[in-house]
Design a protein around this ligand. Structure first.
Ligand code: F6R
Length: 357
C-alpha cells in the first residue's frame, strides 16, 4: 500500500497538499462557501470560550489553531493537555465549548477528559480521522479530517489536516457572525497546499543538511516566536520520537533566560521565522547561539538571503504559515531517522494509538 515509498511516513508527508485540497472540497457548499452543520455552529456561537483538548501532536495542532479561532472567529480559545485536564479542570467560562482533536479518536486521556465534560453537560466536538471512533461517538458533534488512514506512528498529515479543519470551522463561524474576513480562507488553504508542494520538492537539500548536521548529535533545539514556537513544539516532538535525539522547543525570547546555557560547540539550533513581526528578534537570537558555537539553520518566509536562510517557505497568510513551515520539520525528522538507519514508521516504545491513561 505504500507503493514505491520506503516508509509510510514519507508517503503521508507527501499526501498533505492533496489532503488540504480535499478538505476545501468536502466542506464547501455549491456556492463555494464553507458550510458546517448548523447544530454544531449554533452550539459554538452560543458559547463564550473554546477549550481545545488533545494529546501529543494533536495538542500541538491545537496550539497552532488557537490564533486562527481567535483572530478569524473571534472566540477566545484555550488549549489543554488531555492527560492534565481530567485531573485539574480549570475554572471554566459560563458557556464553554470543548473541541477534542484526535487523529485516532481512541486516545484514553482525551476520552477521559470527554467523560468529565459530558458529566458536566457541556457541548463538544471531536475532530478526528476515524469515523465512528470512541471520541466521535461520545461527543455532541464530529468533523472528519478526511486525511486517509495514517499508518506511520509519527503523525504528520493529521496535524496539518487538524489545523485546516479548525481554519474551515473558524471561517464558517466568521461568516455566520457577519464578520469581515479580510482574506479568502479557501484560497489561502490552496496557497498553503502549493507552498507545501514547493518545499517538498526541496527534499534533497533538506536531506543534505540533515546528513551533515544531525547524524552524530545527541541533542537539538528548535526556536521560534508565537506561531513559530507552536510549530517548534511539533517539530521537536517529531524529531525526538523517531530519531531519539533529545530535542527541545524554546520560545526564542526565553533562550537568554536560562536555556542558552545548553548551547555548546556544534549544537544544532533550527529557527523558524514566519512573519515579519518576529523576524528581527529571532534573527538576533540566532546570532547569540551562533556566537556560542551552535550549528544553525533558518527556515523562513521572509528570507534575507539564501545564504542566511537555508529553507524558504512561500509567504502565506500568517495564520496558515504553520501548515507549510511544519513540512520542512517533518522532512528533517524523516531524513534524520532514515540516515540513522532506524525504523521510521515504528519507533521504539511507541504505539499509534495510546489507549491507556
Ligand atoms: C506523535 C503522535 C502522538 C499522537 C497522540 C495523540 O507523532 O502520533 O503524539 O499525536 O498520541 O493521538 P490522537 O491524535 O490519535 O489522539
Amino acid at each position: 500500500e505504500k507503493g514505491a515509498y520506503p516508509f509510510y511516513m514519507i508517503k503521508e508527508i507527501d499526501e498533505q497538499p492533496a489532503v488540504l485540497r480535499r478538505l476545501v472540497q468536502e466542506y464547501q457548499n455549491d456556492q463555494h462557501e464553507f458550510e458546517i452543520d448548523s447544530d454544531l455552529t449554533d452550539d459554538l456561537l452560543n458559547s463564550e470560550r473554546v477549550y481545545v483538548i488533545a494529546a501529543g501532536t494533536s495538542y500541538n495542532a491545537g496550539w497552532a489553531s488557537k490564533a486562527i479561532m481567535e483572530k478569524v472567529a473571534k472566540i477566545p480559545t484555550e488549549v489543554h493537555l488531555a492527560s492534565e485536564f481530567a485531573y485539574d479542570i480549570p475554572l471554566l467560562s459560563e458557556k464553554p465549548f470543548f473541541i477534542f482533536l484526535t487523529q485516532s479518536g481512541e486516545t484514553a486521556d482525551s476520552r477521559q477528559a470527554l467523560v468529565k465534560v459530558n458529566e458536566l453537560g457541556h457541548p463538544s466536538l471531536t475532530i478526528t480521522n476515524v469515523k465512528g471512533s470512541t471520541l466521535s461517538r461520545e461527543a455532541s458533534h464530529t468533523l472528519l479530517l478526511h486525511a486517509g488512514p495514517e499508518i506511520a506512528v509519527a503523525s504528520t498529515k493529521a496535524y496539518t489536516a487538524q489545523i485546516t479543519v479548525m481554519a474551515i470551522l473558524a471561517d464558517a463561524l466568521r461568516a455566520l457572525k457577519s464578520e469581515e474576513a479580510g482574506f479568502d480562507m479557501a484560497k489561502e488553504i490552496g496557497l498553503a497546499a502549493s507552498a507545501m508542494e514547493s518545499i517538498l520538492s526541496e527534499r534533497d537539500d533538506i536531506k543534505t543538511w540533515v546528513d551533515s548536521n544531525l547524524m552524530e548529535t545527541r541533542n537539538a533545539f528548535y526556536i521560534g516566536r508565537t506561531a513559530d514556537y507552536y510549530v517548534a513544539m511539533e517539530a521537536a516532538l517529531k524529531l525526538k520520537e523517531i530519531s531519539y535525539i533529545q530535542t527541545e522547543a524554546f520560545a526564542s525570547g526565553e533562550l537568554k533566560h536560562g536555556t542558552i546555557a545548553l548551547i555548546e560547540e556544534g549544537t544544532p539550533v533550527i529557527a523558524l521565522i514566519s512573519g515579519e513581526l518576529t523576524s528581527a528578534h529571532t534573527r538576533g537570537n540566532i546570532e547569540e547561539v551562533k556566537a556560542r558555537g551552535a550549528n544553525t539553520m533558518v527556515i523562513s518566509t521572509h528570507a534575507l538571503s539564501r545564504e542566511d536562510d537555508q529553507f524558504i517557505v512561500s509567504n502565506l497568510n500568517e495564520l496558515l504559515a504553520p501548515l507549510a513551515m511544519v513540512v520542512v520539520t517533518q522532512m528533517i525528522a524523516y531524513y534524520t531517522a532514515l540516515g540513522r538507519g532506524l525504523d521510521v514508521d515504528k519507533p521504539r516504545n511507541l504505539a499509534k494509538s495510546v489507549t491507556v491513561e
